[in-house]
Design a protein around this ligand. Structure first.
Ligand code: ATP
Length: 513
């Protein structure tokens, strides 16, 4: 990470704590690694992101319904899903720094660097030559060709070793690529070992193996095992989807980068059940839809991109990520997977229960294929927080920090600020609060100079501040201040509701998708 981005990320993290968005878990006991708590503003923002997703799925698609399955599930589910045997990450330690890494991520880091080198060559040549043709340059420049060859070789070896579960081969790849630990700078690595990411615990009082259960590592399985319950009771016809928001748990090896990689996190997943053979059409459909959902937030289309999976998971026949330009670079925000009939078929086998759909149009029973969209709520949160965090220099030479959070997602929609704590201004402000509080989340504050109060609202991303002054008592007008432009306008109290409504409304945001 370049220094500037590094600093920006640090600033975002401390801002999140200072303004009640995110606290380290169990902080008074020195915290718990990769676990975080959401504070008073964070939980509001998080709830609003959930609402944006949930309403998009269940209101805008009349063939998608939502459920809320339990976190604890029958342990055989994780056998059937493949998680007991295959939910492993290859890890290795650097003996000098004592830091643990995911072997595949170290290799992918090398690939990323080579790709960056190619882009630099292209950029250099683009500046040098008029009528520059990227495709011809890529196909003929010896240096680019050499990088491309190395990338292909590395990808092939990584893919092969992962597919074969060949940990010795993976270690050899790390040695051949001369990867050193970014902290110690040495190549003093342990062997690569497989590490299962599921947390387990015991249910009931006897701690024997039969009672061992897992904290779910994904929410998807709660949807699969309820597939027929929902289909039958909801009289759903294929194609249809089941959506769910809930906690998932993974004992991540490399749990760094703030809330990007946590051990307890939340997923927003939707499984879309389709006729076998039609999955690619729906895969493309959902790729496009999900990208639009993200881009509608207005954080810059250039900050999102698709990334096809190099190694398909055991259940998928096509998969990609939507990556976001986080402070540490482009990383996975959402996964879109064509999961075939793997899960339902496997649950049929392990449970002995039929999980088939009767398609009256073709007069046939079949196990549907599934296209999944799975986005991390916490990663969504980080993408919004990081890209809305803005340090601004103002005309008078002062500085302000403002969170330009999409207004519909902002924790508070409006701050109600009596100019002074006397002369009946607080009482008038309270009256206005009583008018608005049913429609918007309002924040009331009467302490400190008004400029200071504006800055505090900027720092938590409140789209509007309403100030009640002496003139308000005479003519029932207030000033309304816009967070982004800082412009103030005097308006009648009776028009405040409609002025705010349009820009902070979730419905209006959803209509733009
Ligand atoms: P990664 O490659 O980053 O480990 P993944 O491919 O294992 O992620 P999925 O299993 O596809 O992730 O999970 C779907 C989504 O859940 C991800 O796109 C991400 O947004 C979120 N997610 C997964 N693991 C974590 C985690 N440890 N902390 C926070 N969010 C996570």
């Amino acid at each position: 990470m370049a220094n500037q981005e590094d600093n920006l990320f640090k600033n975002v993290i401390s801002h999140a704590k200072e303004y009640g968005f995110i606290f380290p878990s169990s902080e008074i006991y020195d915290g718990l690694s990769a676990v975080y708590d959401y504070g008073q503003n964070g939980s509001e923002l998080k709830n609003n992101i959930k609402e944006y997703w949930w309403k998009f799925m269940t209101l805008l698609h009349d063939n998608i319904v939502g459920i809320d399955a339990a976190i604890f599930m029958h342990p055989t589910i994780w056998k059937a899903s493949g998680h007991v045997d295959a939910f492993n990450d290859p890890m290795l330690d650097n003996k000098d720094s004592k830091k643990r890494y995911r072997a595949d991520q170290l290799v992918e880091g090398v690939i990323e660097k080579l790709e960056e080198k190619i882009e630099k060559e292209v950029e250099k040549a683009g500046k040098r030559f008029e009528n520059f043709d990227r495709a011809t340059f890529m196909a003929t420049n010896p240096r680019v060709l050499e990088y491309q060859k190395k990338i292909k070789e590395t990808k092939d070896r990584l893919k092969q070793t992962l597919a074969d579960g060949d940990m010795v081969g993976l270690k050899q790849l790390i040695i051949d690529l001369e990867i050193s630990d970014p902290i110690s700078g040495t190549k003093n690595w342990t062997d690569v070992r497989q590490f299962n990411l599921m947390f387990s615990t015991e249910m009931g009082s006897i701690a024997d193996d039969a009672n061992k259960i897992y904290l779910r590592p994904e929410t998807a399985q709660g949807i699969f095992v309820n597939f027929l319950n929902v289909q039958k009771t909801g009289r759903m016809k294929i194609p249809f989807g089941i959506a769910q928001i809930g906690k998932a748990f993974r004992n991540e090896i490399v749990a760094r980068q703030f809330i990007f990689r946590m051990r307890e996190f939340e997923q927003m997943e939707m499984q879309f059940f389709v006729k076998p053979g039609e999955e690619m059409k729906w895969y493309e459909f959902w790729k496009e839809k999900r990208m639009r959902w993200h881009q509608t937030l207005g954080m810059g289309a250039e900050n999102y991109r698709f990334h096809d999976h190099l190694n398909l998971a055991h259940y998928a026949n096509a998969a990609c990520d939507i990556q976001f330009n986080f402070p540490m670079g482009f990383r996975e925000l959402e996964g879109i997977h064509s999961r075939t009939d793997f899960d339902l078929k496997s649950h049929e086998k392990f449970s002995g229960k039929k999980l088939q759909y009767f398609d009256s149009e073709v007069n046939q029973n079949y196990i549907p294929y599934v296209v999944e969209t799975s986005v991390g709520l916490d990663r969504m949160f980080l993408s919004i927080l990081a890209s809305s965090y803005t340090e601004e220099k103002l005309e008078d030479g002062s500085e302000r920090i403002v969170l330009k959070i999409p207004a519909a997602l902002a924790p508070n929609k409006v701050a109600i600020l009596p100019l002074m704590k006397k002369d009946g201004l607080p009482e008038k402000a309270q009256e206005i609060m009583d008018l608005l509080k049913f429609d918007f989340r309002c924040f009331y504050e009467e302490k400190d100079a008004i400029g200071k109060r504006y800055r505090r609202q900027d720092a938590i991303g409140t789209p509007y501040c309403i100030t009640i002054d002496h003139q308000t008592l005479q003519d029932n007008t207030v000033t309304i201040r816009d967070r982004d432009t800082m412009k103030q306008e005097r308006v009648a109290i009776s028009s405040v509701n409609s002025i705010i409504q349009d820009s902070v409304s979730m419905a209006e945001l959803l209509k733009k998708i």
